[in-house]
Design a protein around this ligand. Structure first.
Ligand SMILES: Nc1nc2c(ncn2[C@@H]2O[C@H](COP(=O)(O)OP(=O)(O)OP(=O)(O)O)[C@@H](O)[C@H]2O)c(=O)[nH]1
Length: 296
């Protein structure tokens, strides 16, 4: 299995250095970090260096795209984060669900920061907050929701946000209006593959058909009926690779890239239903997405 992931994703070195530099610069200036994860891959969209990057600063975990996964899996993740002693907040930054709770938690964080300052004889001030995460996880959409109007650009393509500016929110918080983009996790191709499947990878090179084959492999046990229905071939009957080739032959005049893009596009747009590609450790993923789709 591991070999399928070897050399799958390649990053542009200039991009990595730039992402690191910009993120370090942003984190240096804040008191509190909002770490935004993609709920579909709540494990792989976490960065193993985050502790080091944030240092002593308090962090709140935002499980964004919560609308795109089954509610049962979301509840499992929330229990798991609570068991780790971490505060995690589910959001749909697109429609604003859950954002009020994030704001409230950030306000409480601001009070705590100022209590610490007072303890050191320092005057209270607005607490600086940055939103960080991998490309395209919904950072700009979250910032827009926190600010309450379209203050920064939010787009469907990874990598649209630049430059530093602060926006005062809720009287006690200065929010950095440009999100901090995490550098790639260079040591974990399996996580990178999942980021690519979810389109959370930023500027990287990969072969779409290989990523789509892995997507088919991960999706087959979760939504076999949906895949068969949408693409006209039973994924349980053959390997993921053979299935994608079949789909290409039957629906896309033998064009494998088009079949790959169709599968990834459908998944990324949520057209295959609410699907989590990861559950907390020790908790199996069950094929509940189909039940939810059929009900809907
Ligand atoms: N369904 C759903 N879509 C979301 C959610 N959050 C963001 N989106 C959409 O996902 C796309 C990317 O969101 P952005 O806010 O631009 O992502 P970003 O993390 O700022 O992206 P970069 O600036 O590229 O790092 C947009 O089309 C959003 O509308 C969510 O919670 N649910």
């Amino acid at each position: 299995m591991e070999s399928e992931y070897s050399n799958l994703i390649q990053w542009y070195p200039g991009h990595i250095a730039k992402a690191r530099r910009q993120l370090a610069e942003q984190i240096k200036q804040v008191d509190l970090v909002l770490e935004v994860l993609d709920a579909r891959i709540a494990h792989s969209s976490r960065h193993d260096e985050i502790q080091k990057l944030a240092g002593e600063r308090p962090r709140l975990v935002v499980l964004n795209r919560a609308d795109m996964i089954p509610q049962g899996v979301l509840r499992s993740w929330l229990r798991w984060f609570a068991a780790q002693g971490e505060a995690a907040y589910p959001t749909n930054a697109q429609n604003g669900d859950g954002v009020r709770a994030v704001l409230k938690a950030a306000q409480q964080g601001a009070v705590a920061v100022n209590q610490r300052r007072a303890g050191r004889g320092m005057r209270p001030r607005a607490v600086r907050v940055a939103v960080i995460g991998f490309p395209n996880v919904g950072k700009s959409a979250l910032i827009n929701r926190l600010v309450g109007k379209r203050a920064v650009e939010s787009a469907a393509k990874p990598g649209v946000t630049r430059a530093l500016r602060w926006v005062r929110i809720a009287d006690v918080i200065d929010l950095l209006d440009s999100p901090g983009i995490l550098p790639p996790r260079l040591n974990d191709q399996r996580a990178a593959a999942k980021l690519a499947i979810c389109d959370d990878i930023g500027q990287a090179a990969y072969t779409t058909s290989r990523v789509a084959t892995l997507a088919a492999e991960l999706l087959t046990p979760l939504v076999p009926g949906r895949l068969a229905e949408r693409f006209g071939a039973d994924p349980l009957a053959v390997t993921a690779e053979a299935w994608l080739e079949q789909v290409a032959r039957h629906k896309y005049h033998g064009n494998l890239d088009r079949a790959a893009e169709a599968l990834l596009g459908d998944f990324r747009r949520g057209q295959l239903g609410a699907i989590a590609l990861e559950a907390p450790p020790e908790e199996p993923l069950v094929p509940q997405a189909e039940a939810e789709c059929e009900e809907g």
